[in-house]
Ligand binder design. Structure first.
Ligand SMILES: C[S@@+](CC[C@H](N)C(=O)[O-])C[C@H]1O[C@@H](n2cnc3c(N)ncnc32)[C@H](O)[C@@H]1O
Length: 377
């Protein structure tokens, strides 16, 4: 987002700015849509229009409403978490079939007045449409939030990170507003509240903290002719007696111990480092370095690389960073990633911001950081 004096611009000025942006995007020609002939909006065009529209929404809303929205954010979490607990999203019919609060209440065994109050909070956020008084139907956002996979992820965040948020300010005060660098923060807060290879025996891919292996399952099915062993590592307590489907090996391993798999091509860390402060990340990396073959093995990190140039990615990551802070981790900028990686003698070979599948021009919130142990040959 640009840092000009937009907040002094009037609504008509901002509308003019959006017109100018749209006209510029159309090469000065008639305004037949962003980016001219093509249906696709380039990332750059999308970003410009996003910035201009955000300023307009902000001006229309005004600082009073925006301030209240910020202060009341915890109520959104409570409404959403309650909706998940009540199975509200499943009870609302798919498609454009409205349902009343009464019908919802009898279906899920809840007081219709309470259902109406929860639905009021949600519809004010744009989650579901209220088509008549106390009558609701799904929309794109409610279908997204109700998607079973996302629901599991969001429930986890609402149950783990959200409850410790109120304790975060006191904790930060107790450490004299130093940037938290110890993982201990978790307990403190809890108290207060392409690769193809001919050699099938070689290890191609080690997925650190790989959970139940969705990533490797995807890699195996999308790249069927990949050879080499693929290994998921996670804590014994997480793996239990789970056996991975297909030809992926499962290994109990705590990444605060030396890495037992030597000389793999890829050591893959997805959503691992943002859970930990630098000091612990260094330990994980130092436990991995002895396993690396210089100039060959690669550490692949999939995590956010925060950039002000990319919205709404940046705003999303800024809030995610607060949640990670409450858990002892952090989201990092490119500079912070470079400092972390170089501090243990590794080198960043490249950072990629991959496109979002099925959304031309859009980028995922995750970037791919490729790291190596380099040695002069
Ligand atoms: C945020 S999840 C990421 C899971 C997976 N990589 C993904 O992208 O969906 C963090 C993972 O790290 C694992 N983990 C946490 N501490 C660990 C440790 N000390 N050693 C190995 N895995 C650990 C957790 O069990 C969990 O599966």
């Amino acid at each position: 987002m640009s840092s000009d004096n937009s907040f002094s611009l009037s609504v008509p000025d901002l509308i003019q700015e959006i017109r100018r942006t749209t006209t510029a995007l159309n090469g000065g020609g008639p305004s037949d849509g962003i980016g001219g002939k093509s249906e696709e909006v380039s990332e750059n065009d999308r970003q410009k229009l996003f910035d201009a529209s955000t300023k307009l929404v902000s001006a229309l809303e005004g600082p009073t409403s925006t301030s209240w929205k910020i202060v009341q954010a915890s109520a959104w979490h409570a409404a959403l978490r309650t909706a998940y607990k009540m199975n509200l999203f499943d009870a609302i019919p798919r498609g454009q079939k409205p349902i009343t609060a009464e019908a919802l209440g009898s279906q899920i065994g809840a007081d219709p007045t309470l259902v109406a109050r929860i639905m009021r909070a949600l519809t004010c956020l744009g989650v579901c449409d209220e088509v008549e008084d106390n009558e609701y139907q799904h929309n794109l956002l409610s279908m997204h939030l109700g998607n079973p996979l996302l629901r599991t992820i969001f429930t986890g965040m609402l149950d783990v990170a959200t409850p410790v948020m109120p304790s975060l300010p006191d904790f930060l005060s107790s450490i004299d507003y130093q940037n938290p660098t110890e993982r201990d923060i978790t307990s403190l807060l809890a108290q207060s509240s392409h690769y193809s290879d001919d050699h099938a025996d070689l290890v191609l891919f080690v997925d650190f903290g790989g959970g139940r292996g969705q990533i490797l399952a995807d890699v195996r099915s999308e790249q069927a002719n990949l050879k080499g062993r693929m290994i998921i590592q996670d804590l014994q307590g997480v793996l239990g007696d789970w056996k991975s489907p297909g030809n992926v090996e499962v290994m109990a391993y705590d990444f605060f111990n030396p890495q037992p798999i030597q000389g793999a091509y890829f050591y893959f860390f997805r959503h691992i480092f943002h859970d930990w402060p630098d000091v612990e990340c260094r330990k994980i990396l130092l436990n991995t370095i002895p396993a690396l073959v210089p100039n060959k093995s690669r550490i692949i990190i999939v995590d956010a690389v925060m950039s002000r140039e990319r919205q709404p990615h940046y705003s999303y990551c800024a809030l995610l960073d607060m949640q990670m802070m409450a858990l002892g981790g952090m989201e990092r900028s490119e500079k912070q990633w470079r400092q972390l990686i170089e501090s243990v003698g590794l080198k960043i070979m490249g950072i990629d911001h991959p496109p979002l599948r099925g959304k031309p021009g859009a980028r995922t919130n995750d970037s791919i950081i490729e790291v190596m142990l380099t040695k002069d040959e």
